[in-house]
Design a protein around this ligand. Structure first.
Ligand code: 13P
Ligand code: SF4
Length: 357
């Protein structure tokens, strides 16, 4: 049962001591979160992976791209373990290196490679953290950068200083919501559908573009609708609606605010008066907030359920197993990024870590 698994995890952790550190994303289930040394959003977890020098093993309770990022940022010799290697991310899978290289070839053929009078490159690639390591490496090689939902504005400003345009992948919604906030008009954000020539946009639109948005999305955050927000407002006068910027633009516009998982947490924690919150993000996190802050009324905007099915694949049975194997001197489910990919990915990640004020 759950208690037995919890005891096994605790016993293995005690046997390992500081040799292993467990990192957990906010979307992990409670049975995992209770064993995490550090809980955070994807930016904080990337930082955390850099600041645990004593651990031989970083056990990453999150999804594959996060574990890859930890491996890129970890010290040489540190091992990163993903308890279930099937914990991927459907959004990250919507952009792959071949499709991005192909888009890049088409765009650079259209734009040429001459900088403008201010020295800005024709186009700068920006990848959301939610992407494979080879896409981060692509950005590292081409003067680009990584962003997370907590620093997307800063990163986009960084890219606009260096580029006339930005190719943003894989999440169209984070790209659109952030660019809109920075004042980019919607008609200067053409979509890039990797299955179509020129991404399905016209050469003219691509020339006038400020941000070219890759056609990716999060299947969890896609579920939230303006109708749900209207219903929450009708049923709970005074409700504060906070959503994640992976939601569609109309949903972000209809909400009171939008931000990363850590932003949402902090907004709830900072409310001094009892408040009703309708939250548009993953259900495990929303339920945990509701339990943690009983003075507030906190519910998920989606009345059905919206777990992230891949985050959920980190079952405590897997955590117990990988830790017990470590105790026995064996490494299972290691995530490794090849050295050449890691070197370029690190360039793009370090630009992001430095761009954050
Ligand atoms: P953040 O933790 O950066 O808000 O990201 C949310 C998410 O979808 C991670 O997959
Ligand atoms: Fe990927 Fe969405 Fe799950 Fe985050 S919530 S891991 S973006 S599928």
């Amino acid at each position: 049962g759950d208690d037995e698994l919890s005891d096994r995890i605790a016993a293995a952790r005690a046997a390992l001591g500081p040799r292993a550190v467990v990192l957990g994303h906010f979307y992990q289930r409670d049975e995992i979160v209770q064993h995490a040394d550090f809980l955070g959003d994807s930016f904080q977890l990337a930082n955390a992976a850099q600041t645990v020098p004593d651990a031989e093993a970083i056990v990453f309770c999150g999804v594959h791209f996060m574990a890859e990022t930890a491996d890129v940022l970890a010290k040489p010799g540190q091992t990163v373990i993903l308890p279930n290697l099937a914990a991927g991310c459907s959004m990250a899978d919507m952009a792959d290196i071949d499709a991005v290289e192909d888009a890049w070839a088409q765009l650079t053929a259209l734009y040429g490679d001459e900088p403008d009078a201010d020295g800005r490159a024709p186009v700068i690639p920006v990848t959301y953290m939610n992407s494979a390591a080879d896409l981060k490496a692509f950005c590292g090689r081409h003067g680009g950068i990584v962003c997370t939902s907590s620093n997307a504005e800063t990163v986009l400003e960084w890219a606009f200083e260096r580029g006339q345009r930005v190719l943003f992948f894989p999440d169209q919604h984070l790209g659109r919501n952030t660019a809109k906030k920075l004042g980019v008009p919607l008609d200067r954000m053409p979509l890039w559908n990797p299955r179509l020539t020129l991404g399905g946009s016209s050469a003219e639109d691509l020339r006038d573009a400020r941000v070219i948005l890759w056609h990716g999305f999060c299947s969890v955050h896609k579920r939230f609708t303006v109708g749900q927000i209207e219903q929450a407002r009708a049923e709970h006068p005074g409700v504060r609606v906070i959503v994640h910027p992976e939601c569609a633009m109309a949903v972000v516009d209809a909400a009171d605010e939008a931000g990363s998982t850590d932003h949402i947490r902090k907004a709830v924690a900072a409310a001094t008066e009892p408040t009703t919150f309708a939250i548009g993000t993953e259900i495990n996190m929303v339920n945990r907030l509701a339990a943690e802050f009983p003075q507030h009324t906190i519910f998920c905007l989606d009345p059905v359920v919206c777990p992230c099915s891949t985050m959920y694949r980190i079952h405590p049975g897997y955590l117990a197993w990988v830790l017990e194997e470590l105790v026995a001197g064996r490494v299972v489910n290691q995530v490794t990024v090849p050295d050449d990919v890691a070197a370029d990915a690190r360039v793009a990640l370090e630009r992001m870590l430095a761009a954050k004020p």
